[in-house]
Design a protein around this ligand. Sequence first.
Ligand SMILES: NC(=O)c1ccc[n+]([C@@H]2O[C@H](COP(=O)([O-])OP(=O)(O)OC[C@H]3O[C@@H](n4cnc5c(N)ncnc54)[C@H](OP(=O)(O)O)[C@@H]3O)[C@@H](O)[C@H]2O)c1
Length: 340
Amino acid sequence: MTAEQLPATSREVRLAAYPEGEVTLDHFALAESPLEEPGEGQVVVRNDWMTLGSVARDQMNPDTKLPIPVFQPDVAMWGRTIGTVVRSNSPQLAVGDLVEHFAGWRDYAVGSAQEFFRRERSLLPGPEYFLSQGPTAWHGMVGTAEVREGDVVFVSGATNGVGALAGQIAKARGAKRVIGSTGSPEKIDFLVKELGFDAAFDYHDGPVAEQLAELAPDGVDVVFDNVGGEQFEAAVQVASLGARFALCGALAGQHGSGDGGSPRLALMSAITKGLTLRGFATLHTPDQIEDWNSQFSVWLREGRIVFPHTVVEGGVPQLPEAFVSLLGRKYSGTVLVRMS
Ligand SMILES: NC(=O)c1ccc[n+]([C@@H]2O[C@H](COP(=O)([O-])OP(=O)(O)OC[C@H]3O[C@@H](n4cnc5c(N)ncnc54)[C@H](OP(=O)(O)O)[C@@H]3O)[C@@H](O)[C@H]2O)c1
């Protein structure tokens, strides 16, 4: 294989300043770093796709409670990415290998081969499929809420990368009825017509508890909560006896404003209904990733699931704007930026 010509520099996005409140383009800086040949045991990877999520907003907050490092000012940001090895100085990886890693927000990543995890290209329809939020959706819906046949399920924040898969997983595991909440009529259509949700509502259209109770008159057995705030409170109100909650995210409190991350818990309801409220953090262990990718591959082939995603073109220079748009709720599904 002829070695790919590498540029002298690699573009990257750095954090310019920690935002207080709304994130704007001023919080990012586009920069270039010299692209070095790999040292002993190292590889150079051309980033092909990266995924963006609200979690990066938490990483822009030096006081975040998340168990992952925050971004540092004037240093390249990082995030889940997939790319191709273009130079290798390690027996562990060969030129042409597809690898998943965390050195996103840049054109090329250089580092020890151990920081890059090889993926079998033929397993999924395209490299970007390896960036699905399936490990989290599966961990929450199956491992945490223990969804089972006949369940009525509520997924809050159902059109985002995690929620859109969580609802489909529930259906594939035999749930009787899956209901999603989202933020616009277009996204309701997307959930019902394209993803097979049984019903969906717009949380702007009235009290969430009323809308949810109307769609689930006998209560909900499983709640997969991405949002917190009023949506969590409503789910407790509408929950049936013994309902299981998988607490995944707190979008209503994550974007730098609002107290949605600290909903009130109607304690007597939780007690008398015997609710199980379980938070979970998916660490993306090799087992979690491999288990999900194998399951994903089978369900895709059988036509039992789709990969909801939005593709943003434009590579590194486009990343800040794509991230601001994500926070502005413009996208559906996993947000993927084509990097090369
Ligand atoms: N527990 C774990 O291990 C784990 C792992 C990964 C991610 N997460 C969490 O899972 C959640 C989903 O992550 P993601 O990356 O799939 O989502 P994402 O792409 O960041 O979600 C963006 C979407 O969330 C909705 N949203 C934003 N702010 C909202 C608000 N205040 N109230 C209600 N909905 C809001 C918007 O859709 P609408 O138009 O529908 O409002 C928006 O388009 C996040 O909370 C993330 O931190 C948890």
